[in-house]
Design a protein around this ligand. Structure first.
Ligand code: NAD
Length: 317
């Protein structure tokens, strides 16, 4: 029990910070060696193609980070910038071209897309074997059935940060704020896989605080700065703040803030991921581990195809 002198309440030490950066650094160190081995074996560095349609502030932050991670681990990061006025047909043709390019091992399409482009057609045009952020229906289906496909990296990172920080998920009341196909929904599926008792909240949920207060683990992926405040939390909750928002810093500049108001939350929570430096770095590291898997599968199946071709040619002779 803590000592209280003169009736004063002792200052709280502050919550445990679940930093993603050291975990990401460890994964990157392993990946750097793995990509070097890949290069030795196959004679090339695999390419990650990042398709960016138009300009978007949070995307720009994210892209800078992912391109710098590519450079650190020995991956050829290729930014494919396309004007916001592109037609959906032209965009799909470009993605099909990247899907057919043997140097490109993985493709990510930065969201959000301009409103005139139907997301479904774009998603369908990615080769599922190169869909390293798990947005294609094939990978989404594999996830929902509990089979191994490519997982959406941010959703995976939000669960992985808990697991690697030694936080037990099984049996806990886990509340996810956000139901997008890229973050909230896949995170909920992964948390069910980890045996959490999962509730999903979204923009039409009535009385958000009623549900967030019930959480033993809270994942917030809404993209709304400061949406969750300390008074919406129960003491001892573990919070994963996924949303990243670019806001004015009050001095004519901009700063990054999360969906959880850190100042009011820090005295209530047991542990919380920082923004930035939490889920973001881990997302990038996991994405590149997916790229390694995709590149290896493609190189090996290309070799098998070549061997089968040689064997057939031998028979024909
Ligand atoms: P999205 O806009 O597609 O989905 C937001 C979800 O939040 C929706 O399901 C919506 O119903 C819900 N929501 C919105 N307002 C709400 C409210 N007031 N109350 C309850 N629910 C509400 O966004 P997304 O692509 O899922 O991304 C979510 C956030 O995660 C964004 O801030 C994005 O920048 C961030 N993100 C972070 C990373 C990372 O690596 N850390 C990667 C991808 C996305």
């Amino acid at each position: 029990m803590s000592e209280v002198r003169n009736g004063a309440t002792p200052a709280r030490a502050g919550p445990r910070l679940l930093a993603g950066s050291p975990i990401a650094a460890e994964i990157r160190a392993g990946l750097t060696e793995d990509f070097a081995r890949f290069n030795d074996r196959w004679g090339y560095a695999p390419t990650l193609a990042i398709v960016l349609v138009g300009a978007d502030a949070p995307s720009a932050v994210y892209l800078r980070q992912i391109l710098s991670t590519c450079e650190k681990v020995g991956v050829d990061g290729r930014l494919v910038e396309i004007g916001a006025e592109v037609t959906s047909e032209a965009l799909c043709t470009e993605i099909e071209r990247l899907s057919a390019d043997p140097a490109v091992a993985g493709i990510i399409v930065q969201m959000p897309l301009p409103a005139h482009i139907p997301l479904r057609t774009v998603i369908d045009s990615i080769d599922p074997a190169k869909d390293i952020d798990g947005i294609h229906p094939r990978n989404a289906g594999l996830l929902s059935l509990g089979y191994e496909g490519f997982l959406p990296a941010t959703a995976q990172a939000s669960v992985e940060i808990l697991k690697r920080s030694g936080i037990e998920i099984a049996g806990k009341r886990v509340v996810v704020v956000g139901r997008s196909n890229v973050v909230g929904k896949p995170a909920a599926l992964l948390l069910i896989r980890e045996h959490g008792t999962v509730t999903v909240l979204h923009s039409k949920t009535r009385d958000l605080a009623h549900h967030t207060r019930d959480a033993e683990i809270l994942i917030v992926a809404a993209g709304r700065p400061g949406l969750v405040t300390g008074e919406m939390l129960s003491p001892g909750v573990v919070v994963v703040a996924v949303g990243i928002n670019v806001v004015d810093d009050g001095n004519g500049g901009q700063k990054l803030v999360g969906d959880v108001d850190f100042e009011s939350a820090k005295d209530v929570v047991a542990a919380i991921t920082p923004v930035p430096g939490g889920v973001g770095p881990l997302t990038n590291a996991l994405l590149l581990s997916h790229l390694l898997r995709a590149a290896t599968d493609q190189a090996e199946s290309g070799k098998r195809r070549a061997e089968a071709g040689t064997a057939r040619a031998g028979v024909a002779r």
